[in-house]
Ligand binder design. Structure first.
Ligand code: NDP
Ligand code: ZN
Length: 353
């Protein structure tokens, strides 16, 4: 079968021929429909993130998949059921995080990530997975199901953010989403019915497809070249919730300035090393005196995928049509992995229902 993989010593992916995998006990065989591409895949290609499976000289890419159960192999799944796989797997056997059903809380050395770190991904005509990590989704998700995984990361981050404010009366009126990539735009849409006013930060000139989506969602576009995050509260209004999805390290600290008293900032971006000056004393004081919270969040697990599935059902069609901008066949791998500003979410389509 065809798979899209990165080989050792290379920086661009290629189509390779591998055997259709055999499901082990407890695993199902899934026929892949679509796999989404995101910034993490590019980091894997550049060798900045993750690593190959032990003893292999290539890694199959892809962690945002939707497929159809081809062989339930004695599991509770049914043939023909549409499923979305979770990403994390235990390194050897299992460990406490997986046994507790909380692999998303495992530190990096206590988990593998399919398509990212130490395990093959889902960018192949078929893949296998333990049935417990395959989330059933409605048949209507055959094209859009690739969005469940990124949305599940938001679902987890918001769960933690709201939990951190759960000991007092807190109802966010305003949200500032930092970043107009797929994660930022999906988050903006997911929060549409939760807050009264939303803002989304980018650094692009008009016309731009992401700014169009932001405005269609009735959110305000904030250009960081004109209004840095540290000045956001003065120019617009302090935000009850800040959701960082830029990977721009200064935003982690500037978030404290953008927050309203009692607000929470949740950080998802994955920056490289960067040393810069900040007034740490002032930010520390503000966090304390204004009861602000700042927290990091990575990955997601079954209940976040289920919550993301419910959220995806509520997203309007126009939004979904505008988010998935490019669809390629596996043979068009070079085009699929080209990045430009006209694209929001690119998917590789292996098959249709
Ligand atoms: P993208 O790289 O597609 O999106 C990031 C966006 O932020 C881009 O549109 C970029 O604009 C914008 N941006 C970056 N710096 C600035 C700035 N200084 N001012 C304004 N806008 C800026 O990534 P994704 O949307 O896929 O993901 C967002 C981040 O979250 C990434 O760092 C990713 O690694 C991380 N991530 C984390 C997860 C987690 O579980 N914690 C899960 C998934 C992703 P432009 O395109 O114009 O450069
Ligand atoms: Zn992703």
């Amino acid at each position: 079968m065809n798979a899209i993989a990165i080989k050792a010593g290379r920086s661009s992916p290629e189509v390779i021929d591998v055997d259709v995998p055999d499901p082990d006990d407890g695993e199902a065989l899934v026929r892949t429909l679509r796999v989404g591409i995101d910034g993490t895949d590019f980091e894997v290609l550049e060798g900045n993130h993750g690593g190959f499976p032990d003893g292999e000289d290539y890694q199959i890419l892809g962690h945002e998949a939707v497929g159809v159960v081809d062989d339930p192999n004695g599991t509770d799944l049914e043939e023909g059921q549409l499923v979305v796989p979770t990403v994390r797997r235990p390194p050897d056997g299992s460990n406490d995080y997986f046994e507790r059903g909380e692999p998303d809380m495992a530190p990096p050395d206590a988990c593998l990530e399919r398509g990212i770190d130490g395990a093959h991904g889902f960018m192949s005509e078929y893949f296998t997975s333990p049935a417990e990590y395959l989330i059933p989704v409605p048949t209507a998700f055959a094209e859009t199901g690739v969005l469940v995984e990124p949305m599940s990361n938001t679902a987890k981050a918001l769960e933690h953010a709201f939990a951190s404010r759960s000991m007092f009366d807190w109802e966010p009126d305003t949200v500032l989403v930092l970043g107009n990539g797929p994660l930022g735009l999906l988050t903006l849409a997911m929060l549409d019915s939760t807050v009264d006013r939303s803002y989304c930060l980018g650094r692009r000139d008009r016309p731009d497809p992401t700014i169009d989506v932001i405005e269609e969602l009735d959110a305000t576009y904030v250009d960081s070249r004109e209004t840095p995050v540290s000045e956001f509260a003065g120019v617009h209004e302090p935000a009850d919730l800040v959701f960082e999805a830029t990977g721009y390290a200064k935003h982690a600290y500037e978030t404290v300035d953008a927050l309203a008293p009692n607000g929470v900032g949740v950080l998802l971006g994955l920056p490289g090393d960067w040393t810069f000056d900040i007034d740490g004393g002032r930010l520390h004081r503000e966090l304390v005196l204004e009861n602000k919270a700042l927290l990091g969040s990575v990955n997601s697990h079954v209940r976040h995928f289920e919550s993301a599935t419910e959220s995806l059902e509520r997203l309007p069609d126009w939004f979904l049509e505008r988010i998935i901008t490019d669809t390629y066949a596996p043979s068009e791998v070079d085009d699929a992995f080209t990045d430009d500003d006209d694209r929001i979410k690119t998917v590789v389509e292996f098959d249709t229902l």
